[in-house]
Design a protein around this ligand. Sequence first.
Ligand code: ATP
Ligand code: ATP
Ligand code: MG
Ligand code: MG
Ligand code: MG
Ligand code: MG
Length: 257
Amino acid sequence: MAKSKYEYVRNFELQDRLLPSTWLVVRVDGQGFTKFTSKHEFTKPNDVRALNLMNRAAKIVVESMVEIVLAYGQSDEYSFVFSKDAKAYERRASKLSTLLVSKFTSAYVYYWSEFFPDTRLQFPPAFDSRVVMYPSEHILRDYLSWRQVDCHINNMYNTCFWALVNKGGMTQKEAEKRLSGTLSKDKNELLFSEFEINYNNEPAIFKKGSVIIREKVLIDVVDAQGKMTKRTKTEVAILHCDIIKNAFWNENPDILG
Ligand code: ATP
Ligand code: ATP
Ligand code: MG
Ligand code: MG
Ligand code: MG
Ligand code: MG
């Protein structure tokens, strides 16, 4: 197409190519979900329908971008890890970040009614997004540990808080006061002695969050001669496991390649 005299305005665009050979993480987070969750009457502290919807939307994203090697989600956030040699969109930060978050958001809305058949969306939800480069495997793992520890700390607090409010008859103010200054072991003890809740027995999806990886599985196929053989196939799997300790990484050495 012929160039117009207006073409020069392109020079005002920022070059935003991310560094090569660095792990890229795009994290999306629900905007104002404290309000969104109460408007849509989410079960507190954990609405499992909402977590499954987040996982559904994240799976769409992982399936749409082959260079994503792992995703980790908890609460209203999801982190997507791109392989350190990812080439998509020439590693342009705004392209990666905006395409990912718009796909995530539209999938969240697209699948809403499957997970909330009796709740109409009251307004269009939004997610923010950022992209961060991590220069080593060690720091990338620390990033993921940071998010999983955050999940643990918040879940423990919220489990206590809503037990005090819903079962203990406290106001939200009173529950907040009761919990201020308590350590993890105090919260464990409170749950057990006052509400007969063994925190260890809480569902893993609440305690650990969700981890999406591509798993190689062996499947039976019939070859051209009609004989049964095995073939490996890649499947997107959702797990609720620890990703802080070495065990997960030793069992899945391909993820970080
Ligand atoms: P911001 O726009 O700054 O992110 P926010 O209100 O979304 O504001 P967050 O720190 O992201 O703040 O907190 C997310 C909120 O959504 C928390 O109140 C959390 O309890 C709630 N929430 C997220 N997922 C669920 C869920 N599955 N069930 C119940 N509540 C949830
Ligand atoms: P990219 O991902 O690079 O943006 P693209 O296929 O979206 O690829 P664009 O340059 O954005 O490329 O072009 C948009 C395309 O969508 C064109 O083919 C255009 O004709 C088509 N299109 C957009 N809006 C309409 C519309 N209202 N009616 C018919 N065709 C449309
Ligand atoms: Mg935020
Ligand atoms: Mg939020
Ligand atoms: Mg959040
Ligand atoms: Mg286009």
